[in-house]
Design a protein. Structure first.
Length: 240
């Protein structure tokens, strides 16, 4: 049975992805401005082991640079323009380090779902860095983050490194046959599922086992209401 953490109903997906450049400080500020109490963000590791906020393995889509995160050092990544691809008005936005983002969260009192999104073959190092970062640097005044990942391997490594972590398992198409076993092993608090698999039966199956259900990415108010009625705790939305 999972511990019952109180998650807010609305979590800003990559900040406020629908109206600002995702995973930037501007996006987190926007989500806060719109009233979100929590944001979701994706964390990976630069070539030289700095944790940054970034969704893709490549820098191409969300910056003015072409290259792989795992092959680019922080000294280059920190200089990139992470806003112009979205709109010229965000041309000053940078790719934040986790450290920089957490300073902002502390000042705004924003809660966080930290998704570990390791670059290929970086599952171990990224998970250990994240687990240690939370142990050593998470601000006392913030609620502890929900740590999620599609990589069960990453979650296992992170939990072993820091057994205090609050864990959410991320699934995209269906619940794998061994989901209960993994959830028990990691003492998961939530199961975070794609809206396309969020039917009544799946939601009930998860709730029955004592885990909270979080659903991504929901941008319709009607759909959100429907999910809350089915017992879903929170939705991730681009428009918090
Ligand atoms: O954590 C929910 C959601 O962010 C998972 O999908 O691809 O947006 O990271 P993605
Ligand atoms: Mg994510």
């Amino acid at each position: 049975m999972s511990s019952q953490i109180q998650f807010p109903k609305i979590i800003g997906h990559r900040g406020a992805k629908g109206c600002s450049p995702e995973n930037t400080l501007a996006s987190f500020k926007k989500a806060h401005e719109l009233g979100a109490q929590w944001v979701e963000l994706d964390v990976k590791e630069t070539q030289d082991g700095v944790l940054i906020i970034m969704h893709d393995d490549d820098l191409d889509r969300t910056s003015n640079y072409k290259g792989k995160v795992a092959q680019t050092p922080w000294s280059i990544i920190k200089t990139l323009d992470a806003g112009s691809w979205y709109s010229k008005q965000f041309s000053e936005e940078k790719i934040p380090s986790l450290q920089e983002a957490v300073q902002l969260f502390e000042s705004l009192n924003l809660g966080v779902n930290l998704e570990i999104k390791p670059c290929p073959n970086r599952e171990t190092s990224t998970s250990i860095l994240v687990a240690d970062f939370i142990k050593n640097n998470w601000p006392k005044k913030l609620p502890p983050p929900l740590v999620s990942s599609f990589s069960m391997e990453s979650l296992k490594i992170a939990k072993k490194q820091n057994p205090e972590l609050i864990i959410g398992l991320l699934f995209e198409n269906e619940l794998p046959s061994n989901w209960k076993q993994i959830a028990r092993e990691l003492n998961a608090s939530s199961i975070n599922i794609d809206d396309k698999m969020a039917n009544q039966k799946t939601i009930e199956d998860i709730l029955k086992e004592g885990y909270q259900v979080l659903v991504y990415t929901v941008n319709s108010k009607e759909r959100a209401e429907e999910l809350f009625k089915l017992g879903v705790s929170s939705i991730f939305t681009d428009m918090p």
